[in-house]
Design a protein. Structure first.
Length: 403
């Protein structure tokens, strides 16, 4: 039921901008609805999976979407990938203040645009970018759009109203575990392709993070040697990026057989099972005792970061992609860092430029060099989103998608 004094925007679904003017829901308790009330939509029209607090499963609820004002866009989601970072929020390892709609790897169709939107138009296909690209901030102007300053204010932006009238945020300002998401236009990357939405969705985080870590952050070159610790959605993307760059040997480390098999299918030359002995020693044995040019940690565990360092050759680079608990620290002996001319680098969102890289990655899929179809091993309906996280925990899925 809408509250007294509610401003109701009645044309839904819209094919034109909603009226201009400030959104009172941002400043007081007045409800602004995009369309008919929740009761009129029925249960299946707008659902969102909300993290309500530590230890709880995601709550799939009927909610009111957020009115798109200014530079905001309403996107009807067609597919959403399930990334470990969502699980990290649920486990309390990554900040995401509840209640918050999870999901940050999505693809859909623009259904409505705010009055100041210029980047996209209604009906256009978009991939939602984990990191927005405002185009004008200090970092965007320095060609570091993955560090766009709009990212911080959007980290937990208010995005839906729950049935009890309270407001829930959306992770990264996206909240893709939903039927509809209201996002900033800076988070929308328009794409022109006939590829399946479930593949495009993965570009929104995991694929861009992994491919970018290999191609942008590490800038792997033909003939380089690479080790990848952790072969989930992001790790297999690092492997594919390294293979596309022409790496010679790619060592894939993962305790789960399915992940090792998929890694081999997607470009790894060797699969290493930690159960067979210390992975550092296994990689050293395979590289004449020297180690690899680039070692990537793609799990989010400081012990494994130390392993990655141990696998890296003198003069090589250790790239940290996995996200550990927010307060984790890494202890590193400094002398070898200097005398062995080593590099340790963090890689956020694959140091990518979404506007440039998304179309590049689509070209690589369309020309058969990048295989996202083989990465998708499970599909779930939004109502079953918790099963997707169970599959991630048990190692049953390389990447799951909500479709
Ligand atoms: N840096 C970024 O911008 C960025 C972006 C997205 C995700 N991430 C992070 O990347 C990490 C991976 O994400 P994902 O979605 O691929 O997760 P995932 O759960 O799909 O994959 C993690 C993999 O690590 C493997 N693993 C577990 N223990 C291991 C061990 N001891 N040795 C080797 N492998 C081990 C698991 O079997 C699994 O295959 C997460 O920490 C996630 O938060 C970082
Ligand atoms: Zn992610
Ligand atoms: Zn910016």
């Amino acid at each position: 039921m809408l509250e007294a004094g509610a401003v109701v925007l009645t044309s839904w679904p819209g094919r034109h901008p909603i009226p201009t003017g400030s959104n009172p829901a941002r400043t007081d308790a007045t409800v602004v609805s995009l369309g008919p009330s929740v009761e009129q939509w029925g249960d299946d029209v707008m659902r969102a999976a909300i993290f309500v607090g530590p230890g709880a499963e995601l709550s799939v609820e009927t909610v009111e979407p957020w009115a798109a004002e200014g530079r905001e866009v309403v996107v009807r989601l067609e597919a959403s990938g399930v990334c470990h970072s969502d699980l990290s929020v649920m486990d309390g390892n990554f900040p995401g203040p509840p209640p918050i709609v999870l999901g940050h790897e999505g693809c859909g169709i623009v259904e409505w645009v705010g009055p100041e939107v210029t980047r996209v138009r209604v009906g256009q296909r978009v991939i939602l970018s984990l990191s927005p690209v405002c185009g004008v901030c200090w970092h965007c102007l320095r060609n570091e759009t993955h560090l766009c300053e709009l990212g911080m204010p959007l980290m937990a932006a208010p995005r839906v109203r729950r049935a009890d009238g309270s407001v829930a945020n959306a992770l990264m300002g996206l909240g893709t575990f939903a039927d509809v998401a209201t996002v900033h236009e800076a988070s929308c990357i328009p794409v022109e392709t006939d590829l399946p939405s479930e593949q495009l969705a993965l570009i929104g985080c995991g694929v861009t993070t992994g491919l970018g870590a290999a191609l942008n952050t590490a800038a792997v070159r033909a003939g380089d040697t690479v080790a990848v610790i952790g072969c989930g959605g992001v790790g297999t993307s690092v492997i594919q990026g390294a293979a596309i760059a022409g790496a010679s040997y790619i060592y894939a480390v993962d305790p789960v057989a399915l992940k090792r098999d998929t890694a081999l299918e997607l470009g790894a030359t060797h699969a290493i099972d930690p159960a067979d002995g210390d992975p550092v020693e296994q990689v050293k044995a395979l590289t004449g005792g020297r180690g690899v040019d680039h070692a990537f940690e793609v799990v989010g565990n400081t012990e494994l970061m130390t392993q990655a360092l141990g696998m890296t050759r003198r003069g090589g680079a250790t790239i940290l992609v996995g996200v550990p608990r927010y307060d984790a620290t890494l202890s590193v002996p400094v002398l070898p860092l200097i005398t062995q001319d080593r590099t340790i680098r963090g890689s956020y969102y694959g140091s990518s430029r979404s506007m440039r890289d998304f179309p590049r990655f689509i070209d690589l899929i369309e020309t058969g060099r990048l295989d996202l179809a083989s990465m998708i091993t499970k599909r779930f309906a939004l109502d079953d989103v918790n099963d997707a996280f169970a599959a991630m925990r048990s190692g049953e899925a390389v990447r799951s998608v909500i479709v």
